[in-house]
Design a protein around this ligand. Structure first.
Ligand code: GLN
Length: 542
């Protein structure tokens, strides 16, 4: 039977529980264990895909089309575990399952209550991702201990140990030890309260992971342990990483976290840990040979984490290409300002991100024009590809006011529009296509080259609108090459310019498939093109 690790958070939110869970998953996976990760989010929403990136950070998409919280992106970047719709649950979704069961008469007239019906459903969803081949299930409980919303989850994970045996469960509590600069002291009281609340619910944490700005002394760890009823060795320090999130697993293993987990859960099959590739990755991150500036254009560019996966994918490609990447976040609307346009001309690469009709598209189109006319390496993602086609249609094919019907229902040239079932393009709102699908590349194209001459890839989509095939012949006669399509060739999924340094737009989201040790080919190709162009400028100037 699998072993179960529950990770809760205390004192404040945003302590990096997702990263800690991902790091624990990564360490255990690298000790030869088969790991599954999942997250319960306390909010009532039933569709995380509808949450605003401004409030919640990016909406992350899994292969099976599940839209989730961005923490699942950390899980996929740090581990090779398979995530499915069973890996992500909101309170709303749990309640919905209970309502559906009640409607089907499954409760046979019983009064439906938080305990046992909601808690049973939570336990079922935890059990459901374990299996005979799984060694460890890691369950992250979103929110902070003490929140009203997370009480049913706390109750469920408490009961879980009764069901499967305490020896098969481990409770890890991630907490904050604030440092008071004036007093030059670390304060343990908030953690004592937080653990006290957990114990009131009936959960005694086995391991405490302490987020802190400054190192904990042995005495401080002993004091925290004493007040929280935890052995000093099981009080683990997780010092703030001013440099990179990829250092987190290294510091956790230095503090013996993986060994403590393996010992406590009595996992006898755990292999020794080899992190040499990961250490090399961090050292490459610290010692880049090149440096480039990449502008990322998106409506939510002013919000931290709204394009988390794009940020990470750039960092991964930077490691591979020995390049430090400075990201310049640019809200789409700002691009239209004169000084922004000017500044954009001097960056080494431009990315135009995906988005859903939230704001105007003209800033994106302008950024694309600048990339196209100035030979600046460019990657368009989702709407970024659609906007690249619109820009080309307006300025090169001279299709005046060409647009996507998402932005202008009455455009004379609906070059982007949702197709109906007969592939006739309409100006209705299209059905959402979501999840991973095969995309096929044109041999000899830049995309084909970037993917190491593989002819197809399995990529994640999330969109409603498509390139309108009524304009296909016209596009095919131009310098905009259709270089990726659906396997039946009908849907355009990637375009590029044949007369440009490196200008690629894809309908899918490559950022969701990038890992630090396996960067996505399109991000590598973009960074390589930017570095090559930057070097070329340098030598021209000599
Ligand atoms: N809003 C566009 C569509 O629905 C693009 C979505 C995206 O960027 N993935 O087609």
């Amino acid at each position: 039977m699998a072993k179960f690790i529950f990770v809760t958070g205390g004192v404040v939110s945003s302590l990096g529980k997702g990263l800690t869970c991902a790091s624990i998953g990564m360490l255990l996976e690298r000790r030869g264990l088969n790991v599954r990760l999942q997250k319960f989010d306390p909010y009532i929403n039933v569709n995380p895909g509808l949450l605003s990136p401004a409030q919640h950070g990016e909406v992350y998409v899994l292969d099976d089309g599940t839209t989730t919280d961005l923490d699942l992106g950390h899980y996929e970047r740090f581990t090779n575990t398979k995530l499915t719709w069973y890996s992500s649950w909101t309170t709303g979704q749990i309640y919905q399952r209970v309502f559906d069961k009640e409607n089907c008469g499954e409760y046979q007239g019983a009064t439906v209550q938080v305990i046992p019906h909601i808690t049973n459903e939570i336990k079922h969803c935890i059990m459901r991702i374990s299996g005979s081949d799984i060694d460890v299930v890691i369950t992250e409980i979103g929110g902070t201990v003490g929140d009203i919303e997370s009480l049913p989850h706390m109750e469920a994970i408490r009961q879980f140990a009764l069901d499967v045996g305490k020896e098969n469960c481990l409770y890890i509590h991630l907490t904050l030890i604030p440092y008071l600069k004036a007093a030059k002291e670390l304060k343990t009281k908030p953690t004592q309260y937080s653990v006290g609340q957990l114990r009131q619910i009936g959960i005694q944490p086995d391991i405490l992971i302490c987020r802190t700005e400054v190192s904990l002394t042995q005495e401080e760890r002993t004091k925290i342990g004493l007040f929280c009823n935890i052995a000093t060795d099981d009080v683990i320090e997780e010092k703030d990483k001013d440099f990179s999130i990829y250092e987190v697993p290294l510091s956790l293993t230095e503090n013996k976290l993986d060994q403590i987990i393996v010992d406590k859960l009595q996992i006898t099959k755990a292999a020794p840990l080899d992190l040499s590739d990961w250490r090399e990755l961090v050292s490459k991150l610290r010692n880049p040979q090149h440096e480039i500036n990449v502008a990322v254009i998106g409506e939510f560019a002013g919000y931290r984490d709204a394009y988390k996966s794009t940020h990470e994918a750039l960092e991964h490609a930077g490691v591979q290409c020995n390049t430090r990447i400075n990201i310049i976040w640019k809200p789409s609307g700002d691009v239209l300002q004169q000084d922004s346009k000017h500044k954009l001309k001097s960056v080494n690469a431009i990315i135009v991100s995906g988005s859903f009709g939230e704001s105007e598209i003209d800033g994106k189109i302008e950024a694309i024009r600048i990339a196209r006319e100035n030979n600046i390496p460019f990657l368009g993602i989702g709407l970024g590809m659609q906007a690249a086609i619109i820009e080309f249609a307006r300025n090169i094919l001279k299709l005046e006011n060409a647009n996507s019907t998402e932005y202008d229902k009455n455009t004379p040239h609906p070059i982007i529009a949702p197709p109906d079932e007969h592939q006739t393009f309409t100006n209705e709102t299209g059905a959402l296509k979501i999840g991973a699908n095969t995309t096929v590349f044109k041999v000899g194209s830049k995309i084909h080259e970037a993917y190491y001459k593989n002819q197809l890839a399995y990529e994640r989509f999330r969109h409603r609108y498509e390139f309108n095939n009524q304009y296909r012949e016209q596009l095919e006669r131009s310098e905009m090459l259709i270089s990726a399509t659906s396997p039946d060739s009908i849907l355009v999924q990637g375009v590029e310019l044949t007369n440009h340094n490196w200008f690629v737009g894809v309908q899918y989201h490559p950022e969701f498939k990038s890992q630090p040790t396996k960067p996505h080919p399109l991000f590598i190709a973009l960074v390589n093109a930017a570095v090559a162009a930057a070097n070329c400028v340098k030598s021209n100037r000599k």
